[in-house]
Design a protein around this ligand. Structure first.
Ligand code: GLU
Length: 221
């Protein structure tokens, strides 16, 4: 007998940076199959917050490609580019709790501070933010907004490292404070960070299960 969950809402959340390719189609099909297996709902969300990387028209192309494959969403598609108010409300709530703060550092300043602390940056990874603006801007102008990871962990009394169960990869863990640091919620160019938008939207859409590319494992915590 197959397991039937009382409630399952899954989603496929492509970034419209080009047409669907084999890898993104695997994520689409896998998330659709998982939703169908659980008698659940399958939603589609166009993740177009990183506007410089988006290619006009590829959102509609992706939706057409999905439809051609018989992958039809169970509710109207949402576009992240239209959800700025929800992201601003989430940031305001984080600021009110003392969990988010403005940062005036440039990428170069962050890398220099890291180098001074003797932390070499690994290839292809963002430098872990050294926390320079955590207790105030020291006269610098605010550029980006960051999450105060340690304060969230302390206030919510979370056990570290954070753990979660991945049905394919097994038990996963990440020490977010040490390995990721105070990540950006709103970028210096005013664009919303994927890490904020994806959480706000998964919560707003009531997503219960996520099937995504394994390349996002290190962003899941
Ligand atoms: N928009 C992301 C991507 O295309 C996927 C986000 C997610 O599944 O959480 O890589």
């Amino acid at each position: 007998m197959r397991e039937v969950l009382v409630r399952y809402i899954g989603r496929f959340a492509p970034s419209p940076t080009g047409p669907l390719h084999a890898g993104s189609l695997v994520a689409a099909l896998a998330s659709w199959l998982d939703a169908r297996t659980h008698d659940g709902q399958w939603l589609v969300r166009i993740e177009d917050v990183d506007t410089p990387r988006c290619i006009a028209g590829t959102d509609q192309l992706i939706l057409q490609q999905l439809a051609t494959c018989g992958l039809l969403p169970d509710a109207p598609v949402i576009w992240q580019s239209q959800r700025g108010d929800a992201y601003q409300a989430a940031l305001d709530a984080l600021v009110a709790k003392g969990w988010a703060y403005p940062c005036g550092c440039s990428r170069k300043e962050i890398e220099d501070a890291q180098a001074l602390m003797g932390h070499a940056r690994e290839r292809h990874t963002a430098a872990v933010y050294p926390g320079t603006c955590r207790d105030g801007l020291n006269g610098k102008a605010a550029r980006a907004w960051r999450l105060n990871v340690q304060r969230v962990i302390d206030d919510l009394q979370l056990t570290t490292p954070l753990t979660w169960q991945d049905r394919l990869l097994g038990l996963q863990q990440q020490d977010v404070a040490k390995d990721v640091g105070d990540f950006v919620l709103r970028r210096a160019d005013g664009l919303w960070a994927y890490q904020l938008a994806v959480v706000v939207d998964d919560a707003a859409q009531g997503i219960t299960h996520i099937v995504r590319g394994a390349d996002l494992t290190d962003n899941t915590a």
